[in-house]
Design a protein around this ligand. Sequence first.
Ligand code: 3HC
Length: 312
Amino acid sequence: EEMTPEERAFQERIDADQKIEPKEWMPEGYRKTLVRQISQHAHSELVGQLPEGNWITRAPTLERKAILLAKVQDEAGHGLYLYCAAETLGISRDEMFEQLHSGKAKYSSIFNYPTLTWADIGAVGWLVDGAAIMNQVPLQRTSYGPYARAMVRICKEESFHQRQGFHIMMKMASGSEAQKRMAQDALNRFWYPSLMMFGPSDKDSVHSAQSMAWKIKINTNDELRQKFVDQTVPQAKYLGLTVPDEAVQWNEEKGGHDFSEPDWDEFFSVLAGNGPCNKERLQARVDAWDGGEWFRDGLMANAAKNKNTSEE
Ligand code: 3HC
C-alpha cells in the first residue's frame, strides 16, 4: 500500500529517531498498537502482583517481608505509569479495566502459573523480572515519548527486583539439601514459562514487523529470548543449578547458546485462558474492582459535593 504524505512524514520522523508526543498526528494503526501493547503491559503489572502477594505473609523473615511488600507495591506503581501513558492516546482507564475484566485484553502469560514455594519467589525475581528487563530496556528507546519515559523508571526498579530474586536464589541454592532442591524445582517450573514471556517465535509474531518499523518494538521476540538465555545460563551455573533443557549448550559459531523452544501449544492454550491460574487471576482482579466500588462511589459523591459547594 502507498503511504499518504502524512504517513510518509510520520515515518521519516520515526526513522530520524524523533519522539512522538501525545497531541501530535499519528496513524490510527500506530495509536491502536500502542494502546494494545501499553495497556497489556499495565495489566501485566497489576496481575503480576498476585503470585507474589501470595507470599507476603509467609516470607521467611521480617526483612524478606518488607522487601517483597515494597516490590509488590512497585508493580502497582508501574501499572499506574503505564495506564497514564496509555491514557495520553485517548483511551480511558475505565475502558482499559473493562477490557481486562471481560477477558478481551491480554496480560502476560507468565502470571497464570502458580507460586508454590518460597523458592518460586526467588525464581520469579531472577527469571521473570530478568526477562521483563531484557524486554523493557530497549523499550526506553521506543518512539512514543510517554511510554519511553515511563520505561526509564520502571527499568530501574525492575533491576532491584531482579537482584532481590537472585539473592533469594543464592540463599536457597547454598542452603540445606532441601532448600537446594526447592531452588532447582522452582527453576525447572519457571524456565519455559519465562522463555514464553518474549512472545511467539518470530514466524508467528503477527505484530513484530509493523511494530518494529514504527519503533514501538526495538527487537524481535526471538532476539530477546536468545539474549535472555545467554544471560541466564551462566547465572544458573553460578548458583550450581541446572537449566532443565539438555539441549542448552554454547554455540561458538553463532556466538550464543543453543536451546529448546518452549511448548508453543501450551503457550497458546494459556493465552486462550486455559493456564493453571487464569480463572483465579482474572477473578481476583474482578473482585478487587467490585470490592472497590463503594470507595469510587464515595469519591465521586464527595467530588460532586465539593463542586456544588464551590459554585455557590
Ligand atoms: N503473554 C500473553 N500474550 C502474549 C505474550 C505473552 N507472553 N506474548 C505475545 N502475546 C500475544 C500478543 O499480545 C498478541 O496478541 P494480541 O494481538 O491479542 O495483542 C499475540 O500474542 C501475538 O504476539 P506478537 O509477537 O505479534 O505481539 P507483540 O508484537 O505485541 O509482542 C510482546 C509481544 C513482546 C509481549 C510485546 O507486546 C511487548 O514487548 N510488550 C511490552 C512488555 C510487556 O508487556 N511485558 C509484560 C511482561 S511482565 C511485566 O512487565 C511485569 C514485571 O514487573 C514482572
